[in-house]
Ligand binder design. Structure first.
Ligand code: ATP
Ligand code: MG
Length: 394
């Protein structure tokens, strides 16, 4: 008998002929998340198993593996050779141990059996009832409750000749393994929304790269560090990130000197999208990701989104938090650990030269007119050429 960690995966069950591709990616990501911990990982049909770890590392392993997209739940379990007698002994042993710790009087329980190994002689329900009977006979103070038991003893009889006995399933994050859906370029500001957007798209299988526009000296070096810190936090879920740092000062100064004040933000955002698309094309990234939302602030209108989309010609722009309330985004930001960093006070380049009355329902014709006052191609090329890449290793 030994203690193991049992991992269950979700949607990749459904992937038919591509299943191997998804499984290999998932194994790779589980291994990556455990890279600093001594343990073994193996696959059995329908499950993964982590074994041979030190007792003291158990919780750390669970915390790390919980973040691997593609897994739906995990459990600490006792592994025993499949035999009716062994399972009965182990189950009784569990309640004996529990009895040493607490009073079993009126404690409710249920036994659930999952029989993947059809060679096991009794059917799931039949064996569950049998096992429950044996336990009750020995611990008469227990009570059976099939709908809301305080303790559910789960007996998972697998096809590899082993049975796993457990009492708790810990939820993982679900989703698809990172990298299974291609690569995205996340427009990462220092705010609350964009890290959440990156997290959500990684959850659906996109490998995440990031791009940040900064306007030194109008924005401080701390603002840059903050974005690097956010990317590091994200990398716990997305693994290595290539972070493209784009110098944006000249572009903002040019817009400020040449374009109508009200259109500054719109023109600036369209140039950001042009640069993002160019970097996507150069690196074969498949999509741009933003933390944009509809209606969160006055400028986030459908008309704005229309003129932004108009400038991106070949890549889709994914906006996973478009429909979320701010409080919903904040909840996710807290859960993934980016919130405290996002609310540090450093300025984003969007707030440099902020106009008094930005156009909130821009018309494309007017925006195009404003853009004729700039040499956009040159500005874009120049910014791309001077972009630095920061590698965030996980
Ligand atoms: P966030 O909380 O992500 O900063 P926001 O609510 O402040 O979003 P905006 O400032 O309108 O909204 O920015 C919308 C999106 O544009 C951001 O979510 C991000 O994807 C992108 N963005 C804004 N500023 C930058 C920047 N300096 N570098 C990269 N992307 C940016
Ligand atoms: Mg912002």
């Amino acid at each position: 008998m030994k203690e193991v960690i049992l991992l269950r995966y979700g949607e990749i069950h459904l992937k038919g002929r591509n299943r191997k591709f998804f499984e290999d990616l998932l194994i790779d990501k589980i291994k990556k998340s455990l890279k600093d911990i001594k343990c073994s990982l193996k696959q059995i049909s329908g499950r993964y198993l982590i074994t041979d770890f030190e007792e003291t590392k158990k919780l750390e392993i669970i915390e790390k593996v919980k973040n691997v997209f593609g897994l739906i739940s995990l459990s600490l379990a006792w592994e025993i050779k499949t035999s009716q007698e062994e399972i009965e002994n182990m189950s009784l042993n569990y309640f004996e141990k529990l009895n040493e710790k607490k009073d079993l009087k009126n404690l409710t329980f249920k036994v659930s059996v999952n029989r993947a190994d059809k060679k096991f002689p009794m059917h799931s329900d039949e064996f569950g009832a049998h096992l429950g009977g044996i336990i009750l006979e020995k611990f008469k103070e227990l009570k059976v409750d099939l709908s809301k038991p305080e303790i559910e003893l789960i007996v998972d009889i697998r096809e590899n000749g082993f049975t796993y006995i457990l009492t708790e399933k810990i939820n993982c994050k679900g989703g698809m393994p990172v990298g299974s859906a291609g690569q995205g370029l996340l427009m990462l500001s220092g705010g609350i929304d964009s890290p959440v957007a990156g997290y959500l798209m990684a959850k659906r299988g996109l490998k995440i790269n990031a791009i940040h526009f900064f306007s030194f000296p109008y924005t401080s070096l701390q603002a840059k560090d903050k974005v690097i810190k956010l990317a590091k936090i994200l990398s716990q879920y997305t693994y290595n990130i290539k972070l493209y740092m784009v110098p944006f000062t000249k572009i903002q100064e040019q817009i400020h000197s040449n374009c109508g004040e009200n259109y500054m933000i719109t023109v600036m955002r369209r140039i950001m999208f042009r640069i993002a698309e160019k970097i996507c094309k150069q690196n074969n990234f498949d999509a741009i990701i933003t933390g944009e939302n509809l209606g969160q602030v006055a400028s986030q209108t459908i008309e704005s989104i229309t003129v932004f989309n108009n400038v991106v010609k070949e890549k889709p722009v994914l906006r996973p938090v478009i429909s979320f309330d701010k409080s919903e985004i904040i909840n996710i930001a807290r859960e993934i650990g980016t919130f405290e960093t996002s609310i540090l006070p450093y300025e984003d380049c969007c707030t440099v030269f902020l106009p008094k009355n930005p156009i909130i329902r821009p018309k494309l014709d007017n925006v195009l007119k404003q853009e004729t006052y700039l040499n956009i191609d040159e500005l874009v090329d120049d910014a791309v050429q001077n972009t630095e890449v920061v590698l965030i290793d996980y």
